[in-house]
Design a protein. Structure first.
Ligand code: KG4
Ligand code: ZN
Length: 349
């Protein structure tokens, strides 16, 4: 079967449209980033993000078809992220996708943004074998997920406070690096010594697969403040490197613990923080020592993009898990949950 899906993603500050065939052949993946618009505010301004999505959505859709060399008539379904995310931002993508699905008489597939991040892994390795452990690390999530089969998610652990990406962004702000913080911290850390400044690692109670990054973030802030009060020079590169290593150590150790506990032999990495070179290298290194395989999406599929939504949507399409045209944005949508308004099941002949 050859299934061509147009996917839209507008949950935060990237306006993106992609055309994906059979869940892994990415014909186009147009990402219009609003980073420059939000940069001057030091973070994403929700209202501004919604307005920008409105301006850009039609352009990215047109561009995605053009690049794919296809027309609306070649599509089999329209997919869209309907949560979690910023409600106003999500609504732009959801409204556009519903209009397209209605106008073109195509099935609509509602996708969870986090599910999309996970499925970026299937774009490169469509034949990944279950069960799998996936570490999802983004600006809003830090989840350790057990997948028994497609569409099945058991959250084994999650952050109790800051998400890993959020900690990167806050530490970047403290270091005066700007937004988005992750890549800037990584670049600075590359010039520093990760062992020079000792920072805490929160492993929590024995056996817990939960995370906590607020203590580490506060330790970085306190370190800088104490040095300022004593008029001491701080090696910011060493501090960034120490912070990055502390985050990576806990994420990697708990992910491997989860794989060993569940007897899973393949780990997936997903979400914006999965773009971090230190984390990718540490995970591959430590998992390799335990004969566990690690799959990591290419950098462009780690941060927000519509192709990953198209990959996840394909498997929902196969299960005929379609959304009604009353689909709404669900800002707090949980992984594995479907929250559609009304009951609707579309039969495809
Ligand atoms: O998945 P994503 O693009 O958006 C959300 O769904 O949140 O993730 C964005 C997060 C931000 O916190 C950003 O600072 C972080 O991912 N990030 C990184 C890197 N690239 C992006 N964190 C560490 N190292 C990176 N190279
Ligand atoms: Zn994301």
């Amino acid at each position: 079967m050859c299934v061509t899906i147009l996917a839209l993603e507008t949950s935060c500050d990237e306006t993106s449209a992609a055309v994906v065939v059979d869940g892994s052949k990415i014909l186009s993946n147009i990402i219009s980033s609003q980073v420059d618009v939000h940069k001057k505010f030091g973070g994403v301004v929700p209202e501004v993000a919604s307005r920008k999505h409105l301006e850009l959505i039609n352009h990215v859709v047109e561009e995605s078809l053009l690049e794919a060399g296809l027309e609306f008539g070649n599509l089999d379904a329209v997919a869209v992220t309907y949560g979690p995310g910023l409600v106003g931002a999500l609504l732009v993508g959801v409204s556009a996708a519903k209009a397209l699905a209605y106008g073109l008489d195509l099935p609509l597939v509602g996708v969870n943004h986090i599910e999309g991040h996970i499925y970026a892994n299937f774009a490169v390795e469509p034949g990944l074998e279950f069960p799998l452990i996936c570490l999802v690390v983004s600006g809003g999530h830090t989840d350790l997920v057990y997948m028994e089969k497609h569409g099945s998610y058991k959250v084994l652990g999650k952050t109790r406070d800051d998400a890993a990406g959020e900690a990167f962004d806050k530490v970047a702000r403290t270091l005066g690096l700007g937004y988005p913080g992750g890549p800037l911290v990584e670049r600075l850390a590359g010039e520093g010594d990760p062992e020079s400044i000792k920072l805490p690692r929160a492993y929590l109670e024995k056996g817990s697969l939960d995370f906590s990054f607020s203590g580490l973030k506060s330790a970085v802030i306190n370190y800088l403040h104490r040095a300022e009060q004593k008029h001491e020079e701080v090696n910011r590169a060493d501090l960034a490197a120490g912070f990055q290593k502390a985050v990576s150590d806990v994420l990697v150790d708990k992910t491997i613990e989860a794989a060993l506990e569940t007897g899973v032999s393949t780990i997936l990495l997903a979400g914006g923080v999965a773009a971090n070179g230190r984390l990718r290298a540490d995970l591959a290194g430590k998992a390799g020592g335990k004969s566990i395989k690690v799959n990591v999406p290419p950098l462009i599929l780690c941060t927000d993009n519509a192709a990953m939504i198209g990959c996840a949507a394909y498997h929902k399409f196969l299960r005929e898990a379609f959304a009604p045209l009353t689909l709404n944005a669900v800002p707090d949508l949980k992984l594995g949950e479907e929250r559609y308004e009304g009951n609707f099941r579309r039969i495809v002949f």
